[in-house]
Write a protein that binds this ligand. Structure first.
Ligand code: NOJ
Ligand code: MG
Length: 579
């Protein structure tokens, strides 16, 4: 597939190319939209308690219209004791009073649909809260809940005391077996101890979780993001230790210390996914609208793509995040290589996707500085495939600093004062900065759940929208519209100049303008000749990251000059046009 002349690479991908005539593919809604992740606690607070809520989101839907986003994914808003900020659910079919109530969800869905915005919710199948009635009944061995969770007597120690059955480690580090004094057994928890794992070897659990999906489909949601799919099922014989991974520098407490052959990505997961797909498809049959399923999965492309056969539309592609991911020093060639992992491994008839950040990982600006926001949004929004934007990326939001004493995230706290900053997710979860007013317009409370970043006076949505100079949000909204062009929406992608600084590519489809996207991800000015990979010698500037004198001008494609963090989208003027 590679090497078509000078560093030009062709990507055939899944699109039909019959000779020269390219048919417009029948794209589904989740292929043409940007997915925007809302972390409800941090988006907009309507009632002054310092925590974002559903009414807050409803009051801000025009933000998505401005941005050009047609699908939002909401992290959990269900009833929860909030030990893991909503990912510990005590009632799957009700809303936590912090966020509102079911009527608010109905209103949110209606208001989104009026604006042509799809609503994707978080589905957390692996575990519940320990305060979920199922777990409380399970402790008491009340049927049918006795085997709803992964219970064991463990082993018998030399002194006759019960000891845990194996050496498994939690995703947040440390112990996964918790002794319950009432039931006199251990239960398994892959995350915090207040998140007991459900037992998917029990068909009743499978049924109950299918009903949860059915409930939300009836409420009118358009899709689900499945949480922690990797951890769904454990080996049947739990009296087996997991082997060491021998990853360098990883202490015995840390999840990566072991190779998770008995707890991660087991084949039985596929059956569960099939079941969820069937529930969703029943709803699609009624109205012909596809219900979207994206799964959270941090692993190799081969492993994530294997899920596509069982009803998943997109396994989140986290290659830009890890295991290598975008680093402070990644230049053009390295970023091309990260992008290429997705394209090179994608099975026939599958659709690519890209993610730069989420509520669990460092923001892109943390790694590359605020100045790079435009360059990375340009990348994300002009690649081929569905992009996911984490709230705040549209304005280049930066991470806050949180002291150990003020840290809330259990993952950070688990690692103690020495290492908490490596793991704590608080810094990337600070309130969205709406304006330069009190608490950046996020809340009227004097103490939001996490502090607003002190840079909000200048870095906020309102200021950026009104700015006379091109701002990140303005560029974002331009690019979101540009994505609607056939060349970007479904056209092919060919790599053009790729070097230490530059990553560039051509987007094109038959009968449509040819576009060149070029971005300098390096540390020095770059002057490059692109003419061998495009059908012309000149390009018209369609979008740029700012600080360009050449605006509205034609650019000579044989010597484009780009400084670090600068990028351009050019329409290639064909040789014919120039005559
Ligand atoms: C992945 C979620 O994204 C994360 O926030 C959560 O802590 C774990 N799964 C457990 O649900
Ligand atoms: Mg609130």
């Amino acid at each position: 597939m590679r090497a078509l002349g000078n560093s030009v690479v062709t990507l055939c991908l899944s699109l039909l190319s019959f000779g020269h005539i390219q048919a417009k593919p029948d794209l589904k809604w989740w292929q043409t939209t940007i997915v925007y992740q809302i972390y409800p606690r941090s988006f907009k607070d309507s009632d002054g308690d310092g925590v974002g809520d559903l009414k807050g989101i409803i009051s801000k839907l025009d933000h998505f219209v401005y941005l050009g986003v047609q699908a939002i994914w909401l992290s959990p808003f269900y009833k929860s004791p909030n030990k893991d900020f909503g990912y510990d659910i005590s009632n799957h079919t009700d809303v936590d009073p912090l966020f509102g109530d079911l009527d608010d969800v109905t209103e949110l869905i209606e208001e989104c649909h009026k604006r042509d915005i799809k609503v994707i919710i978080d589905f957390v199948p692996n575990h519940t809260s320990d305060l979920h009635p199922w777990f409380q009944a399970s402790i008491k061995k009340q049927e049918p809940y006795t085997d709803f969770y992964v219970w064991t007597d463990g082993k018998t120690g030399p002194d006759g005391a019960r000891t845990k059955p194996n050496n498994w480690l939690g995703v947040f580090g440390g112990e996964v077996w918790k002794w319950n004094d009432e039931r006199k057994q251990f239960y398994y928890h892959a995350f915090v101890e207040e998140q007991p794992d459900l037992n998917y070897r029990n068909p009743k659990v499978v049924d109950e979780m299918n009903k949860v999906i059915d409930f939300w489909m009836k409420m009118g949601v358009d899709g689900i993001r499945v949480d922690a799919i990797t951890n769904l099922i454990e080996t049947e014989d739990i009296f087996q230790d997991e082997p060491r991974s021998y990853k360098p520098g990883v202490p015995p407490f840390q999840y990566e210390y072991l190779d998770h052959i008995y707890t991660s990505n087991l084949p039985e997961i596929r059956g569960a996914i099939r079941g969820w797909r069937n529930v969703m498809d029943k709803h699609s049959q009624k109205d012909g609208l596809e219900r979207f399923m994206v799964v959270e999965f941090y692993d190799t492309p081969e492993k994530r793509n294997a899920y596509l056969d069982y009803g998943v539309h997109l396994p989140f592609n986290f290659d830009l995040i890890e295991p290598i991911g975008i680093r402070p020093e990644s230049g053009g060639r390295q970023i091309r290589d990260l992008v290429d992992i997705e394209y090179a491994n994608l099975p026939q008839n599958s659709w690519p996707n890209f993610v730069m950040g989420n509520h669990d990982r460092k923001r892109i600006t943390k790694k590359r500085g605020a100045r790079a926001a435009n360059a990375f949004n340009m990348l994300l929004l002009t690649l081929k495939g569905t992009p996911t934007t984490y709230y705040g990326e549209e304005i280049g939001m930066e991470e806050i600093h949180v002291s150990f004493e003020d840290t809330q995230d259990p993952w950070g706290l688990n690692y103690g004062k020495e290492r908490y900053e490596e793991f704590s997710r608080d810094p990337c979860r600070s309130p969205l900065q709406w304006n330069d007013g009190y608490q950046s317009g996020f809340t009227t409370a004097n103490k939001p759940w996490l502090p607003v970043h002190p840079n909000y006076k200048t870095l906020n949505i309102q200021t950026q929208m009104a700015s006379n100079d091109l701002s990140p949000i303005q560029l974002y909204s331009q690019l979101a519209r540009l994505r609607q062009e056939p060349s970007f929406q479904y056209g092919d992608l060919f790599y053009s100049v790729v070097n230490d600084n530059i990553f560039s590519y051509v987007r094109q489809t038959e009968g449509q303008p040819q576009y060149l996207v070029t971005i300098n991800f390096g540390k020095s000015k770059s002057i490059d000749d692109y003419t061998s990979s495009v059908n012309g010698r000149e390009g018209k500037v369609i979008a740029h990251t700012g600080n360009f004198n050449e605006q509205n001008m034609k650019i000579d494609l044989s010597k484009i000059v780009l400084k670090p963090d600068q990028g351009l989208v050019l329409e290639v003027l064909s040789n014919k046009d120039e005559l």
